[in-house]
Ligand binder design. Structure first.
Ligand SMILES: Cc1ncc(COP(=O)(O)O)c(C=O)c1O
Length: 459
């Protein structure tokens, strides 16, 4: 190989060093450079490959070569910044205490481990769950509870089973939890959407849909929506229940993050339901351990037997060992002190995240402002997609989620990012958002200025 590739490398290095090539910008194509330097494409490719080895540039498949940003280089030696994972904060999990409960449960629930246990769930756990639910303003009795293998199981069964109102269609907020969208897709359930923003939903539109669209149930995440972080006010929740009553629609209330609500006066929809139309679902995956696979559903008496038939054909019963250990953990008061601790952990992380968004995000973006929970969403400028930002950040080991899969096709937004605070380290939040903001500005400037970079075309 000739030394021409070294000359090309040197030219590019000089332009990077003197700032005439902006970090993050696209370099000329292999063909353009081979014409400029009157050399073969192989020579240019060799130059680019060597610059890549020196971490001065990077390639994006089917796109081309880009100049590495200083902040990209810095992250290479840093750890991952994880705004993607939605499991609970590992550092706030009480493994050791829970280990004791598991050991006790093995002893105490030996019988249940050797047989199939009650498919409604261990009675002793249901008693503890009734007490726990009272703190969330959900007043019920063990006979109306079913222990499920995670709230996903309850959702999936409710999508598939008939309801007492004899209706067929499902209504969901847009956007909403991806696992529910997957479930309706697989069951080919006819589904309507209602647009949700941080200002809530249009209640007149809700009434119109309830009246005209044969709605079996409305699936709602009333506190800290996944992905927006939105929560309803009590009066909105009351109004929704009234409309459900008026038009004989059931409500499936997924209160997965309800325990994290710092507002002690916020009530679930279940508490203003006079006629048993609200089905309340609570999971232990976000506030405790997702590996337990334990959640619970409070059902209207009218639906209980049928739900149990569906549950029975799904898995006979939820894991007895998990149920027994959770019962012991709830009974001895450990759970309440754990809850107190994590409420503070997530509230503080969410506050830091919002301060960072306020400080760093460019003015042509917007972000939601939840009081706690796991999720905050960022609306990107119209000229860029979440996919582009996710891709660029991944290269810097920063992980965020593209929220486009959390929409039905007709509501789909390509420019919404979901950030989860659950597993990110508190001291990485600011750095992560600063880099996210720089990515957005970079992509924006690339869109506004013709690429490839004009300086390099001067070669
Ligand atoms: C809103 C919502 N509901 C339900 C689930 C399912 O949780 P699990 O089945 O672990 O209880 C999730 C999981 O992320 C979720 O975000």
């Amino acid at each position: 190989m000739n030394s021409k590739y070294i000359k090309i490398m040197e030219e590019i290095k000089i332009q990077i060093a003197d700032g005439s090539v902006i970090a993050g910008s696209k370099l000329p194509s292999v063909r353009q450079l081979s014409e400029y330097f009157s050399c073969s494409k192989n020579t240019v490719m060799k130059a680019y490959a060597e610059l890549e080895k020196e971490h001065l540039i990077y390639s994006v498949p089917k796109s081309g070569y880009y100049v590495v940003n200083e902040f990209q280089k810095a992250t290479e030696i840093n750890e991952v910044i994880d705004f993607l994972s939605a499991g609970p904060d590992k550092n706030a999990m009480p493994y050791v205490e829970f280990q004791h409960c598991i050991n006790q449960a093995i002893d105490q629930y030996k019988e249940e481990l050797f047989t199939y246990s009650d498919h409604q769930g261990l009675y002793s756990l249901r008693v503890q769950l009734v007490k726990y639910l009272q703190n969330l303003q959900v007043f019920t009795e063990p006979e109306r509870l079913v222990v499920v293998s995670g709230s996903q199981q309850a959702l999936n069964l409710l999508v598939s089973m008939p309801f007492p109102n004899g209706k067929n269609n499902i209504l969901i907020e847009q956007p909403t939890y991806f696992g529910f969208i997957e479930s309706i897709k697989l069951h080919q359930a006819t589904t309507f959407g209602i647009e949700l923003s941080m200002e809530g939903i249009d209640l007149e539109r809700l009434e119109y849909i309830f009246r005209n669209n044969d709605i079996k149930f409305f699936y709602i995440v009333p506190r800290f929506n996944n992905p927006l972080g939105h929560s309803y006010t009590n009066s909105e929740k009351k109004k929704i229940v009234e409309l459900a009553e008026k038009y004989d629609v059931y409500i499936v209330e997924d209160d997965i993050l309800g325990d994290l609500d710092p507002n002690p006066k916020s009530d679930p929809l279940f508490s203003s339901d006079p006629s048993g139309r609200v089905i309340y679902i609570k999971s232990f995956s976000k506030i405790f351990l997702p590996g337990l696979r334990i959640g619970t559903v409070v059902l209207p008496a009218l639906m209980l037997n049928n739900f149990l038939r569906y549950k029975f054909t799904s898995d006979f019963n939820s894991p007895a060992l998990s149920q027994g250990a959770l019962e012991i953990y709830l009974k001895n008061g450990m759970f309440n002190s754990h809850l107190k601790k994590i409420k503070e952990v997530y509230r503080i992380k969410m506050q830091i995240l919002q301060e960072a968004c306020e400080l760093f995000l460019p003015p042509n973006t917007d972000f939601s402002k939840p009081t706690s929970g796991f999720y905050l969403s960022i609306s990107l400028p119209e000229n860029m997609t979440a996919k582009q930002v996710v891709h660029m950040l991944n290269e810097q080991h920063i992980y965020v989620d593209d929220a486009s899969r959390m929409f039905l096709p007709e509501y789909r937004k390509e420019n919404l990012l979901r950030l989860s605070i659950s597993q990110v380290n508190e001291n990485q939040i600011k750095l992560g958002i600063e880099r996210l903001a720089r990515c957005i500005s970079l992509i924006d400037s690339r869109k506004n200025h013709n690429t490839p970079n004009k300086h390099l075309l001067l070669f």
